[in-house]
Design a protein around this ligand. Structure first.
Ligand code: FE2
Length: 158
């Protein structure tokens, strides 16, 4: 199994390559906030283990094995970020925490979270329960419960 750090590299290289068409050391250093010299060190290791092809002046490309892992991690990241955003976590935090969670969860858990995200996003209208959840986050009271209490209140008065 790859280290969390190595997974982050493969994911970052995939993202950068998809955006720019190529990846250089400085792009990775910037994306992961790591010194270029440390990036080079890691790229050499990933090259030796067959995850990337790294040539000093040509930049870095993913091998098939590296691309498979990079795609898997990116997919996990996208699922977790989407889930956190559904849960009203601000985008920046969701993105940061998705990057932590993406390495740690069991495959089955991620599969179910992905199903959940797809379920929510495929709803034809913005789901009412999700609207209720937003209200709940703001007020601490479930809107249905609040309605019920109002209902009981008016019944008491009558
Ligand atoms: Fe990530």
């Amino acid at each position: 199994m790859l280290s969390r750090k190595a997974e982050d590299y493969l994911e970052a290289i995939l993202n950068i390559t998809e955006k720019k068409g190529y990846t250089r050391v400085k792009d990775i250093a910037l994306a992961l906030d790591i010194k270029p010299s440390s990036v080079v060190e890691m790229l050499k290791k990933l090259n030796d283990n067959g995850y990337v092809v790294y040539r000093k002046y040509d930049g870095v490309t993913l091998t098939q094995k590296g691309r498979e892992i990079g795609s898997l991690v990116k997919d996990r990241h996208d699922t977790l970020r989407a889930l956190l955003e559904i849960l009203q976590v601000p985008e920046k935090i969701a993105n940061k925490d998705a990057c932590i969670m993406e390495h740690e969860l069991e495959t089955k858990t991620v599969e179910q979270l992905k199903n959940f995200v797809r379920f929510v996003k495929s709803a034809p209208d913005y789901p009412q329960w999700l609207q209720h959840f937003r209200t709940f986050c703001e007020t601490g009271v479930h809107p249905c419960e609040a309605d019920k209490q109002k209902g009981i209140g008016s019944t008491d008065k009558s």
